[in-house]
Design a protein around this ligand. Structure first.
Ligand SMILES: Cc1ncc(COP(=O)(O)O)c(C=O)c1O
Length: 392
């Protein structure tokens, strides 16, 4: 079979591999608890389901959608954006619907990368950034994120020639996997850096609504003066409304950038089911949305505290997550590989965490715990971790 190098030379997706390992352990009869994947365990809230029921029954939603996103979708997103971030966007030209933010992550590199080009990514980082850059024929230059800098990249440490050559930089705050948040001053520095080196910023804001304290409320890069002309920001409904399976998100940026993405995407897919677009956009303005958000925050805060207490008692080193669903924790010192540590946990306790190296070489000394499992499973998982540590 004559497969392309694109396929043969790309490692299978991290979470696919983890899922396979979990299944294999279950087939061996091991009772497995997985805190590996960032997929909310709670259903999509009723008010969104009710909106979807209405929209699904509307025959005007049953045909091909527009490539860019329905005008009312874009208008409602613009209204939300202004209310949430204080930024005015032109719904006709500066917003585009996507099939979740992964659609944007995996296709945006094709807008900028020609074979042989380079792009900057953070290490650790969401694995799809590097694979997408590779699929487009480019290569990724990794910028390490370290605990000492609270997992914010050191832009001054990037050599000038490397920055000048790169086409874009992928950044992601609130961050998966480190749960770090970035403040306005970082975004300002980033915009100046991008302007100086003629780089585009691809700012993945998929977790913008998942945070714990008001002072950590994520901002949009679009709040920074001049950012719109050189950035595309990626948004998602997946984490905001427990809608991971629905596949809907959007990107925002200048007309030129959005039009360039549209040229590409209109050749790849035929848009998002209109009923989903309309239900999602109406959810943003729904009177039940703020209460849902608050309840979700409280639920994750409770889980965060259960996990943080257990980890502290067991002597694990970590920063308390400020946003997103994740704990980014140092593996015990007796281990030198995050994969070996996670494999031991699975074998001895039926517990699945994600090995940090799956997010890049700088993640080798870490593992990631996701809070998206029912409370009981989180309690049980911490009990199993206690037993594991006792046996070390
Ligand atoms: C950082 C980051 N970006 C993007 C995505 C993709 O999310 P979706 O395609 O569901 O919007 C994820 C999913 O976990 C993520 O962690």
């Amino acid at each position: 079979m004559k497969l392309s190098r694109r396929v043969t030379e790309t490692a299978p997706y991290l979470f696919h591999l983890i899922d396979e390992k979990r299944k294999a352990a279950q087939e061996k009869g091991i009772d497995v608890i997985s805190l590996a994947i960032g997929d909310p365990d709670m259903p999509t809230p009723d008010f969104v389901l009710d909106l979807m029921n209405e929209e699904m029954r509307d025959p005007r939603n049953h045909q091909y959608p527009s490539y860019k996103g329905e005008p009312d979708f874009c208008r409602l997103v613009a209204d939300w954006f202004e209310k949430r971030f204080g930024v005015e966007l032109d719904p006709r030209n500066e917003i585009m619907a996507t099939i979740g933010s992964k659609d944007a992550v995996s296709h945006l590199p094709f807008v900028f990368i020609d074979p042989g080009d380079t792009a900057l990514v953070t290490d650790p980082g969401y694995p799809a950034y590097e694979s997408a850059i590779g699929f487009a024929g480019g290569s990724s230059i990794r910028i390490p994120l370290v605990a000492e800098r609270r997992f914010i990249p050191d832009l001054d440490a990037i050599p000038t020639d490397v920055a000048d050559k790169a086409k874009f930089i992928f950044i992601n705050y609130p961050n998966n996997p480190t749960a770090a948040v970035a403040d306005e001053s970082f975004f300002k520095d980033l915009v100046s850096f991008a302007r100086k080196h003629d780089l585009v910023i691809l700012a993945d804001n998929a977790y913008s609504e998942v945070y714990f304290e008001p002072q950590d409320k994520p901002i949009s890069i679009m709040q920074i003066t001049g950012a719109k002309d050189l950035s595309i920001e990626l948004h998602s409904f997946s984490k905001t409304f427990n809608m991971t399976g629905w596949r809907i998100g959007f990107v925002v940026g200048s007309k030129v950038l959005i039009d360039s993405f549209l040229t590409l995407k209109s050749n790849f897919d035929s848009g998002v089911f209109m009923a989903i677009q309309r239900a999602a956009a109406r959810a943003l303005a729904h009177p039940d949305a703020p209460l849902f958000n608050e309840q979700r925050t409280q639920l994750f805060k409770k889980r965060r505290d259960i996990i943080a207490n257990a980890l502290s008692q067991l002597g694990f080193k970590f920063d308390l997550p400020r946003a997103s669903y994740y704990f980014w924790v140092r593996i015990p010192e007796i281990y030198s590989s995050s994969v070996v540590f996670c494999a031991d946990l699975l074998e001895k306790q039926g517990l699945v965490f994600t090995p940090g190296v799956g997010y890049g070489p700088s993640g080798e000394a870490f593992f990631r715990i996701s809070m998206t499992a029912p409370d009981d499973n989180i309690e049980k998982a911490m009990e199993r971790l206690r037993n594991f540590v006792k046996g070390l």
